[in-house]
Design a protein around this ligand. Structure first.
Ligand SMILES: Nc1ncnc2c1ncn2[C@@H]1O[C@H](COP(=O)(O)OP(=O)(O)O)[C@@H](O)[C@H]1O
Ligand SMILES: CC(C)(COP(=O)(O)O)[C@@H](O)C(=O)NCCC(=O)O
Length: 442
C-alpha cells in the first residue's frame, strides 16, 4: 500500500537519486530554496524514526542535500522520502516536459532488490544506473569542480556570515575585502579562493550558519580531496587537466578499486571482500556493539598491541631491520590471541575494535598501493562510508600507501566519501539541475 503523503511545498526537492548499498542507503536531492534544510520545516535529523545523519550543501540557486539510512531500515527511508515528497518533484518536472516517467534514479544492489518495494510504497519505479558508472561520475564531478573554485581567486562573495570575527583571522585574512558590513544588512565580503576553501569546510559551516555562497563570475563548489598526514588534513588543489589517471577506492560493505582514465572511461581493476561490512560485522560479533558509531568510538580508547602480535613479540623485543621491520611493526593482526590462554571476554572491546580497524584499513591501503603500482598511478582517492572522516582509519590507510610507495603514490580522501554513487545517479538525470544550482545567475 502506498504511504499517504502531504502535499509538497514549492521550494522542496526537485530531484532525488538513491544509492542502496549492502549497508547504507544514500540519498542526494536538490531543493530550490536557498534556506538551510530545517529552517521552518522538518529537517532530516528531526524526522521521527529516521536514524540518519545528513548534511546539506548550500549552492547557488538552491541546495543539494545528502542523507543516509541503514539499508536494514529501508522503511524509515521510504517514510522520509514520502514525508518530504522527494519522489514527486522529478516526476512533475518530467510530466511538464511531456515525459511521463514515474521513476527515480537508483544505483547500488538495492536498486534491484528493493524495486518492488519502492513501487508498492511510493508508487515509483527505480530507473537503475550502474554502480561503477555512478561512483566514477560522482568522483569526477566533485574533483573537477573543486578546481573551478581554486581558480577563481577574488571573485567570490559570501553573504550572511553573522560575525566576521568568527572567521579565522590567521587564515588568509589579508586576502579578503569586506565590501559591506552594515548591521542591518547581511554582511558581504570578497574572499580569495584559498580562504574560501578553509571557510567552506562543512565541518565548520555551523559556525557561519546561515551562510549562503554567492559567486561573481564563475562556478563554485567547495574542495573535495584532502590528504591526511600526521593528524592533519590538507586540501589538495586538483588541476582537471592533470586529474587522470587515478585510482578510486570505494570502501563500502566491500571494496572496489577502479582505474579512472576520464569521464566515463574506467575499469574496475580490483576489489576485496574485506571492507566496511567486515569491520562492522566482525566487530559487532566480537564486541556486542549496537551501532557502527559505537564500535568506531571504542577504537579511540583501544590499544591494538594487546591483541596484535608485533615483530618484537617474535624477535624478543628487537627490530628485524634487515628487512626494514621495527619491533613495533604488526607481524600478525590478532596474532596474540592464539598464544595466550585467554577467551574473548578477557579482551577489552576497545582493543578488539582498534585491532580490527587497523587490520582492515592497513590491508586496504596495501592492496590499493599494489594496484596503483600495477598501473603506474600516482593518486589514490578513497571514498565509501567505512572511512567516516575517522582519523585512525585515514591515518592507517595513508601510512600503508606511503610506506610501500615511498611517497610515489598519494592517498587522498573525499569529503563526500559515501555519496559518490548517489551523486553520480543524481547527475544521470538528463536535466539534473546541477548546472542551475552551481552556475551563478547573471
Ligand atoms: N551508521 C552506519 N551504519 C552502518 N555502517 C556504517 C555506518 N556508518 C559507516 N558505516 C560503514 O560504512 C560501510 C558502508 O559504506 P557504504 O559506502 O555506504 O557502502 P554500501 O554501499 O555497501 O552500503 C559499512 O559497512 C560500515 O563499515
Ligand atoms: C559487490 C560490490 C560492488 C557492492 O558494492 P557495496 O554495496 O559494497 O558498496 C562491493 O561489495 C565489492 O566490490 N565487493 C568486493 C568483491 C571483490 O572484488 O572481491
Amino acid at each position: 500500500m502506498e504511504i499517504a503523503s502531504p502535499q509538497p511545498s514549492a521550494d522542496e526537492g526537485s530531484h532525488l537519486a538513491v544509492d542502496i548499498g549492502g549497508s547504507l542507503i544514500k540519498l542526494v536531492y536538490s531543493s530550490n530554496n536557498s534556506e538551510p534544510d530545517g529552517k521552518g520545516k522538518q529537517s532530516s535529523k528531526e524526522c521521527s524514526g529516521v536514524s540518519n545523519d545528513s548534511n546539506d550543501y548550500p549552492v547557488l540557486g538552491g541546495r543539494l542535500h545528502f542523507a543516509k539510512f541503514e539499508t536494514s531500515k529501508i522503511n524509515d527511508c521510504l517514510e522520509f522520502i514520502s514525508s518530504k515528497q522527494l519522489h514527486r518533484h522529478g516526476r512533475w518536472r518530467h510530466e511538464a516536459a511531456g515525459h511521463d516517467k514515474d521513476t527515480i534514479k537508483a544505483t547500488g544492489g538495492g536498486a534491484y532488490r528493493f524495486a518492488d518495494l519502492f513501487k508498492e510504497k511510493l508508487g515509483v519505479g527505480l530507473d537503475k544506473v550502474d554502480e561503477m558508472d555512478c561512483l566514477v561520475s560522482g568522483a569526477n564531478f566533485l574533483l573537477n569542480n573543486a578546481f573551478l573554485l581554486v581558480n577563481n581567486c577574488g571573485s567570490l562573495l559570501f553573504e550572511g556570515a553573522t560575525n566576521f570575527t568568527d572567521v579565522k583571522p590567521d587564515r588568509g585574512a589579508t586576502n579578503f575585502t569586506e565590501l559591506n558590513h552594515d548591521m542591518g544588512q547581511a554582511p558581504v565580503m570578497e574572499l580569495s579562493a584559498h580562504w574560501v576553501l578553509e571557510l567552506y569546510d562543512p565541518l565548520e559551516v555551523g559556525v557561519y550558519f546561515p551562510l549562503a555562497l554567492r559567486v561573481l563570475g564563475d562556478t563554485a563548489v567547495h574542495p573535495e580531496a584532502f590528504t591526511y598526514i600526521n593528524g592533519r588534513e590538507e586540501y589538495v588543489q586538483i588541476d582537471p587537466n592533470d586529474l587522470y589517471p587515478y585510482l578510486l577506492v570505494n570502501i563500502g560493505s566491500g571494496v572496489s578499486m577502479i582505474k579512472v582514465d576520464g569521464d566515463g572511461k574506467f575499469e574496475r581493476v580490483s576489489g576485496t571482500s574485506v571492507g566496511g561490512g567486515t569491520f562492522w560485522g566482525l566487530g559487532r560479533l566480537l564486541t556486542n556493539c549496537k551501532s557502527f558509531d559505537e564500535l568506531l568510538e571504542l577504537s579511540h580508547n583501544g590499544n591494538n598491541r594487546v591483541i596484535d602480535m608485533l615483530v618484537g613479540d617474535i624477535y624478543g623485543g628487537t627490530d628485524y631491520m634487515k628487512i626494514g621491520l621495527t619491533s613495533t611493526t604488526i607481524a600478525s593482526s590478532f596474532g596474540k590471541a592464539i598464544s595466550e590462554n585467554k577467551e574473548l571476554g578477557d579482551y577489552r572491546p576497545e582493543d578488539i575494535s582498534r585491532s580490527l580497524l587497523r587490520m582492515i584499513s592497513n590491508n586496504i591501503g596495501q592492496i590499493s598501493y599494489l594496484n596503483a603500482l600495477r598501473f603506474g598511478l600516482k593518486r589514490i582517492f578513497f571514498g565509501g562510508f567505512f572511512i567516516r572522516g575517522h582519523a585512525y582509519t585515514m591515518d592507517t590507510i595513508s601510512v600503508a600507501v606511503h610506506f610501500w610507495s615511498k611517497g610515489e603514490a598519494q592517498a587522498m580522501f573525499l569529503k563526500h566519501e559515501g555519496f559518490l554513487g548517489a551523486l553520480g545517479a543524481f547527475m544521470s538525470y538528463e536535466t539534473h539541475g546541477i548546472d542551475t544550482i552551481i552556475t551563478p545567475s547573471s
